[in-house]
Design a protein around this ligand. Sequence first.
Ligand SMILES: NC(=O)c1ccc[n+]([C@@H]2O[C@H](COP(=O)([O-])OP(=O)(O)OC[C@H]3O[C@@H](n4cnc5c(N)ncnc54)[C@H](O)[C@@H]3O)[C@@H](O)[C@H]2O)c1
Ligand SMILES: [Zn+2]
Ligand SMILES: [Zn+2]
Length: 377
Amino acid sequence: MKSKAAVIRQMELPRPYAESRPLSIEEVELDGPKEGEVLVQVAGAGLCHSDLSVINGSRPRPVPMVMGHEAAGIVRDVGPGVKDLKPDDHVVFSFVPCCGGCPMCAVGRAPLCEPAYEAAITGQLLHGGRRFAVSDGGEVNHHQGVSGYSEYTVAVTESLVKIDKSYPIDMATLFGCAIMTGVGSVVNTAKVQPGTSTAVFGVGGVGLSVVLGLKLVGAYPIIAVDTLENKLDLAKQAGATHVINASEVDPVSALRDLTGGGAVDVFEAVGSEKALAQAYAATRKGGRTVTVGLPSPDSELKISALSVVAEERQLMGSYMGSCVPKRDIPRFMQLYREGRLPVDILNSRFIDLEQVNEGFDALAQGEVARQIIKFDI
Ligand SMILES: NC(=O)c1ccc[n+]([C@@H]2O[C@H](COP(=O)([O-])OP(=O)(O)OC[C@H]3O[C@@H](n4cnc5c(N)ncnc54)[C@H](O)[C@@H]3O)[C@@H](O)[C@H]2O)c1
Ligand SMILES: [Zn+2]
Ligand SMILES: [Zn+2]
C-alpha cells in the first residue's frame, strides 16, 4: 500500500528547517505485516528533542528513514501469529520493542533490551527487515521500530501497548515517549519519596513530564530550571513550586540558596553535559542526580571522583523512564483519566504532517514544548 510519510535522507542540514527541509513529505510503499507484525494507522505523532537530535546529527541514525518515535494509532491489520491485537484496537507505540527474552528483559529492564538496540541502530524491525520502500525501489529504515511520521506504519507486537478506546487517541501519543520517560524517571528510576526536595533542569516535553511525576508522588519543593521564561510558566502550571531562570542567574547557587545546600533528587532533562554538571553540583550531599537527557555520543562529563564516595552521591541514568511499557503506559493513562497526570499541559499545538519542518524550527528555538502531528483518521 501507499502511505504519506516524512522521510529524512540527510542529517545535519542547516537551520531554518523550513528552508533546508530535512524531512521530505513523500508517498512511500509499505509492505503488509509479516509474522508477529501489525499494520497501524497513525493518529498522532509527537516532535521530541531526540528526533531533532537525529535531524541535527547529534543522535545519528541510518538514512533514509521514516522518522518519529512517539506515536499512537489504530490497528488495521495483523500478520500471521498475532494473537493479542486485532483490527480496531487502539495502541501506543513503545520506542523500545522489548523482546521479553534477552538478559535485560528477563530482569525487567525492558528499555535496555539487547535485540531492540541492534534493531534500532540498523533501522530494522525487531525480528529483522524493513517494510518501507521509496518509489524508486530502495528500502527505507524504521525509526526505533515506530516510524510514526507516516499515515500508516508496520510494527512488531512488542512495540505496541493496547489502550482503552475511551482515551483521546491523539493525546495518547504523549505516553509513548515524554510521559513514559519523565514520569517513569521519577517513579521507576529514582522512586522519589514524598516530601523530598527536588529540581529539574530543562522543562521541555520531557522535563515537564518529570515535574508532573514529582507532583504526583508529593515531592516538595519542585524547582524547575530553564533558560526560557515560557517554559518556566509551563512548569508552574505542571506543579513546579519554584522556578529559576538559568539565563539570568547562576542556577547552581540559586538552587543551593533555595534549598539550603542543594536538592536531594535533581533531574537533568536538557541533553547537555553542561546542564548535567550543573545538576550534579546542585545536588545535595547524599543525593541523587538523575540524567534523562541524551547528549551527543562524544560528550563527556567531568566530576570529582572523591565527591561520589565522600559525599555518598549517586549518578543515575534513566532511559525510557526505566519503564516496562505494557505495565506502565496503562497505569499512567489511568492516572491521566483521574486528573492526576494532566498531560495536556505538554501539548503546545497540533500540526499537520506537512508542517513538520517548521515544527522542528519551533522546537529548536524553544518556542514550544510538545507538538503533535495529527492525522485525519
Ligand atoms: N532518556 C530517555 O529515554 C529520553 C527520551 C526522550 C527524550 N530524551 C532526551 O531528553 C532531552 C529533553 O527532551 P525534550 O523533548 O524535553 O527537549 P526540549 O527541547 O523540549 O526541552 C529541553 C529544554 O531544556 C532547556 N534548556 C536548554 N539549555 C538549558 C540549560 N543550560 N539549562 C536549563 N535548561 C536548558 C530548553 O529551553 C528546553 O526547554 C533531550 O536530550 C532528549 O533527547 C531522553
Ligand atoms: Zn522521545
Ligand atoms: Zn529483550
